[in-house]
Design a protein around this ligand. Sequence first.
Ligand SMILES: Cc1cc2nc3c(=O)[nH]c(=O)nc-3n(C[C@H](O)[C@H](O)[C@H](O)COP(=O)(O)O)c2cc1C
Length: 155
Amino acid sequence: MEFRQACGQFATGVTVVTALDPERGPVGLTANSFTSVSLDPPLVLVSVAKTAGTHRAFSEGPGFAVHVLAADSKDLAQRFATRDIDRFEGLEWTAGTLGVPLLSGALARFECAPEHAYEGGDHTIFVGRVVAMDLADDADRPALGFFRGGYRVID
Ligand SMILES: Cc1cc2nc3c(=O)[nH]c(=O)nc-3n(C[C@H](O)[C@H](O)[C@H](O)COP(=O)(O)O)c2cc1C
């Protein structure tokens, strides 16, 4: 589809966004719709498909955590974009201040409390207020990018 192809000309980073489903527990998805919105207050957004299995955790859970992936985390990105698997199987995670799952190895990590949810066609735009964040000691490592439908290394 031409619209998708045109959007793909816009190069982005790649994130894994985790949340806590009231019934299913830890959930998460790979997302490149992450954007920083406001510095004061610190707000970010992620746009989540209404059909995504994780959508309910965003609308009903305690918040979400955004993990900005390094170039060596392509496997993690693929895992969190794969349907019908337990995306957390064998993964170590800890609960953050809001109770949402936190993964290690990200270049940066933002824990976000729900602030707004906006109608966005077949997606919902979730705006979160950053309540805690981590910047990796080695945050100058290459980042994982997504461009023209494929993963890239951004250095
Ligand atoms: C690079 C990349 C970026 C993606 N970005 C988003 C996104 O911003 N929002 C979204 O809802 N899905 C996005 N997806 C799709 C989801 O990761 C995944 O396919 C979706 O969660 C389907 O699984 P689920 O219904 O089991 O959650 C992206 C996939 C990839 C590979």
